[in-house]
Write a protein that binds this ligand. Structure first.
Ligand SMILES: Cc1cc2nc3c(=O)[nH]c(=O)nc-3n(C[C@H](O)[C@H](O)[C@H](O)COP(=O)(O)OP(=O)(O)OC[C@H]3O[C@@H](n4cnc5c(N)ncnc54)[C@H](O)[C@@H]3O)c2cc1C
Length: 464
């Protein structure tokens, strides 16, 4: 590692910076969650600025080539988006995936290019001011209340004022820099965190041949295989290959880091989730880069495995490697309530529930074992998980809400992140309308607004 062991520091002189604009609500991070938070607040009449460090929206969902929510979208803006994607030919029907604990209904993957355009269009139509290619370096506070953020871009360092800041950076960057308490991963001395991975696309796969083979293959236990050819473009999902991978590694000497791999189609292309790097400090530029290089090495091995061992891949080639590393877990803020493992198994009811989620449990063993992917009963997410302790006028939405390591294995799924984003946007708008803070916002008014958008808040609200 090239890290400077002396940890030399320099002093940065204080300076005046220009105010670019003021907003009611600033959303940091235009990934899976941020655009939905921004659209929700803007549709409630607020002036919203959405700030994203890359040049397109969707984060892990689009740039990360992840594409597939591990559950259905149950209502509100998330379902509206998926339905619009379907009408644009950018997603298929929901399907049932088999897991070791039974079937789980999941939304079909989406075409990331269709989704990028759609998220952008909906933001623009709602009146959201998007700032692309803009990095938010830190929140600005007066005492313990946020007043805006400092941004960095080609134009230099500038300030954007905010009455409410919604942190959708995935890593809780804003809340952490505003001194909100947090834990890394499991929060233990040696914090357990799910590993990082990098998605890639294989093109030229013979999907008919692959589906026929997989139908009778015991080595692919978790799967969805459409009954006819028409369903293959968005409906083929296969997880397993454990025995085949073991034999391939023994016979070739190629070293891969996962026991299993997942293949899924979107728009007829094959998206591959097969790489893994454990124990990466993603806040270290050197370790982050080393993890990308290791993923590239593994991608070479997996492409060879697919070409040589999996029917349908004989003539397939690498189509695209995700431009971003997929990070599953880092900071969890400590909020007014912390979602626990039992809560995430549906064992608790919350008066302040702002979303119900029916995604699968999805844990990639931090020590390198297999992936635990299970169907489970729906569970509720309370508003208090979005409200960090110790700092005013920040909400956190997305994978970094206040949830312990076990609960996070469900709440990190995209359907939950999207619903949480919508609730955060609504709560910010309601708090401003009521002249109160996001900590004291009347949750019943937030819930009423969410219900108007046909968002189920409790398991019994979920349409059959
Ligand atoms: C490899 C992998 C596979 C997964 N598989 C599945 C799956 O099959 N199904 C499922 O449901 N879930 C899956 N997940 C989980 C799920 O995709 C994520 O937890 C979820 O998408 C996170 O959403 P988010 O909005 O919190 O983060 P992101 O989508 O990562 O969005 C964060 C955004 O914030 C931006 N940002 C960050 N910091 C700043 C800053 N300082 N300034 C400006 N912009 C900033 C980033 O560029 C990014 O666009 C997977 C995750 C990974 C990594």
């Amino acid at each position: 590692m090239l890290t400077n062991p002396t940890r030399r520091t320099i002093s940065e002189p204080a300076r005046e910076i220009p105010v670019l604009m003021d907003a009611d609500v600033v959303v940091v991070g235009g990934g899976t969650t941020g655009p939905i938070a921004a659209i929700a607040a803007a549709r409630r009449g607020k002036k919203v600025v959405l700030i994203e460090r890359f040049g397109s929206l969707g984060g892990i969902l689009t740039l990360g080539l992840n594409t597939k929510p591990s559950g259905s979208l149950l209502g509100g803006i998330p379902l509206e988006i998926w339905n619009l994607a379907r009408s644009a030919g950018g997603a298929g029907d929901d399907y049932m995936a088999t897991t070791k604990t039974g079937g789980v209904k999941i939304a079909s993957p989406t075409d990331p290019e269709v989704m990028k355009m759609l998220l952008t269009r909906l933001c623009v139509e709602a009146g959201v001011q998007i700032l692309f290619e803009t990095f938010v370096s830190n929140p600005v506070l007066e005492n313990a209340t946020v007043t805006g953020v400092v941004i960095e871009g080609k134009g230099g360092r500038q300030f954007v004022g905010a009455k409410v800041l919604i942190d959708c950076s995935a890593d809780a960057d804003m809340a952490a820099k505003a001194n909100a308490p947090f834990v890394m991963g499991s929060g233990e001395k040696e914090a357990r965190m799910q590993p990082v991975s990098m998605y890639f696309i294989m093109k030229n796969v013979d999907l008919v041949r692959l589906a026929e083979w997989a139908r009778t293959c015991d080595d692919v236990p978790a799967r969805a295989i459409p009954p006819d050819e028409a369903g293959l473009a968005y409906g083929l999902w296969l997880t397993g290959f454990n025995g085949m991978l073991r034999r391939f590694q023994q016979e070739t000497g190629v070293r891969l880091q996962r026991d299993n791999i997942t293949l899924k189609t979107a728009d007829g292309q094959m998206y591959v989730n097969a790489t893994r790097v454990l124990g990466v400090d993603v806040f270290s530029p050197e370790q982050f880069t080393a993890a990308i290089l290791e993923c590239y090495r593994q991608i070479g091995g997996v492409v060879r495995f697919l070409n040589e061992r999996v029917p349908g891949f004989e003539s397939a080639r690498l189509g695209q490697v995700s431009p971003i590393l997929g990070v599953r877990e880092t900071r969890h803020i400590i909020g007014e309530y912390t979602l626990t493992g039992p809560d995430s198994r549906g064992e608790t009811r919350f008066a302040d529930s702002i979303a119900v989620d029916a995604s699968a449990l999805d844990i990639h063993d931090p020590k390198g074992g297999d992936v635990d992917f299970q169907s489970m009963p729906p569970y509720e997410i309370p508003y208090r998980c979005l409200v960090p302790q110790g700092v005013e006028q920040i909400l956190v939405a997305g994978r970094c809400i206040s949830a312990d390591h076990e609960a996070h294995a469900r709440s990190r799924n995209m359907p939950a992140c999207m619903s949480i984003g919508q609730a955060a946007g609504v709560a910010a708008a309601v708090a401003i309308d009521e002249g109160t803070t996001v900590r004291r916002v009347p949750v019943t008014k937030v819930q009423a607004a969410l219900r108007e958008w046909r968002m189920p808040l409790h398991p019994e609200d979920i349409a059959a």
